[in-house]
Write a protein that binds this ligand. Structure first.
Ligand code: NDP
Length: 410
């Protein structure tokens, strides 16, 4: 029995808990641990309510400060967990990894580690923290899969699949992430506002002609015409997976494009220009010291509260250009997910769904041995087909578009 331990109790953890429960014939017992035990208990209640638990085994809630390595080790041991799915805040990655290395449990996460004191982590992202610990993992024989959400995660597997199976040479990979959904609120972020804004307040770094290129956020716009979601504006954005893919695949240009509407950009620009997205404390006339970003977070809707009314779809994929058999080729490998369907199945919106389901698929492949690498790896270092096949079976089917042809991945 693997007795999986889930760290965090946010939107993504909610999806992970339900998907683990639906597949607990693979996992055995499921433990959910977060700073606020009540949130874990609510997830447990929702799993029982939706009757997600399929096989024998229990699901239990725990209170844990995952910044505390000793406490995390003790919980892994008490729960007898052999796989830890870290979907807590990115601030806890390194401490959870330490606890996994010490106990021999497999580790996986969906985002790079971040230092709360920094405005935003800059490239080369994985080299800042994670890759410094590769030898430690290899020495301990511990499997650590980095960035196993959708982006990073599934898009890395799409990139590897394209390089291996669809092309002789690849010139460029454009990862495109469009959320064409609507939450009906004036302004809200789809996940933790602090983490969300950090992504866009720094410089935009992308890999172009085998070099890092620097742009400003919202400087480079590109409009796509994508399956299901249609015409969608997007902006060049820095993202974790550009770094690992640039190191692992022989592809000269790798870019990431995030979809934004004008309204989001306007509100973001006002907040940012006024200094309201700053982590630096300011003192009010009354002598009160406040962190502007924390105040903005406190007044914005809680991302998990958006789920019940969320409608529309997401389309995330890799547009890959290169050559095959001496001819130029262009392929779009992608998934379309539906916010409402996600909510009905697991009680979270589509963004959390697309991040959580891949983390569970990766955990299932660790359990089966197919992805039990016994060292630290990024998703593109692992065989993509078992992952994409499994994702198709548990809720995130892949499609491949080439010219007029648009087929399910097989
Ligand atoms: P939330 O902010 O909703 O949840 C984070 C959870 O972590 C909260 O339950 C929080 O607890 C918990 N937490 C924070 N600090 C600690 C601590 N010290 N000890 C224990 N628990 C702690 O985030 P999401 O669910 O939206 O996202 C989870 C992760 O997934 C993030 O890392 C995010 O970046 C990543 N993500 C990845 C995507 C991908 O495609 N790769 C897409 C979307 C998200 P509390 O509530 O008590 O504060």
């Amino acid at each position: 029995k693997k007795n999986v331990l889930v760290i965090g109790a946010g939107g993504v953890a909610q999806v992970v808990a339900h998907k683990c429960a639906q597949n607990n014939d693979v996992f055995g017992d499921i433990h959910i641990a977060s700073r606020t035990a009540e949130k874990c208990r609510q997830i447990v209640a929702s799993v029982h309510e939706k009757k997600s638990l399929k096989g024998p085994g229990v699901i239990e809630a725990h209170e844990l400060d995952a910044m505390d390595v000793e406490a995390t080790k003790a919980l892994i041991q008490k729960a007898g967990s052999r796989i830890v799915i870290n979907v807590g805040s990115p601030f806890v990655n390194m401490t959870v990894l330490s606890a996994c290395i010490a106990t021999g449990a497999a580790y996986l996460d969906t985002a790079i580690h971040e230092d709360p004191a920094k405005v935003c982590e800059s490239a080369p992202w994985y080299a800042n923290y994670e890759w410094k610990r590769r030898e430690e993992c290899a020495k301990a024989g511990v499997t650590a899969i980095l960035g196993a959400g959708f982006d990073p995660g599934v898009v890395n597997a799409y990139a590897r699949l394209a390089v291996d199976d669809y092309f002789d040479t690849v010139d460029s990979i454009d990862i495109i992430d469009i959320n064409a959904g609507s939450h009906g609120r004036y302004f809200a972020t789809n996940f933790d506002p602090e983490i969300n804004f950090r992504e866009f307040t720094g410089r935009v770094m992308t890999w172009q002609d085998r070099e890092w290129k620097i742009n400003k956020m919202f400087e480079v716009r590109k409009d796509w015409d994508l399956p299901v979601v249609g015409k969608s504006p997007s902006y060049l954005t820095g993202h974790d997976e550009i770094h690992s893919l640039s190191q692992h695949l022989d592809v000269p240009t790798i870019r990431f494009w995030m979809g934004f509407g004008d309204h989001y950009i306007n509100v973001f620009t006002v907040l940012n220009s006024l200094g309201l997205l700053s982590e630096q404390p300011v003192t009010t006339a009354e002598g009160l010291e406040v962190v502007p970003l924390k105040v903005v977070k406190a007044v914005l809707p809680d991302p998990s509260s958006l789920a019940p009314g969320y409608t529309g779809k997401t389309c995330i994929g890799d547009l890959v250009k290169g050559t095959k058999d001496g001819k130029s080729r262009e392929v779009f490998i992608y998934n379309v997910a539906d916010h409402k369907e996600a909510y009905e199945e697991v009680g979270s919106q589509g963004i959390s769904y697309t991040a959580g389901v891949p983390a569970v698929a990766a955990a299932m492949l660790i359990a089966s041995g197919e992805w039990d690498a016994k060292k630290m790896v990024n998703v593109e270092e692992l065989p993509p087909r078992p992952f994409l096949d499994l994702l198709g079976r548990i809720g995130l089917p892949t499609r491949v578009k080439e010219g007029e042809s648009d087929q399910p991945f097989a």
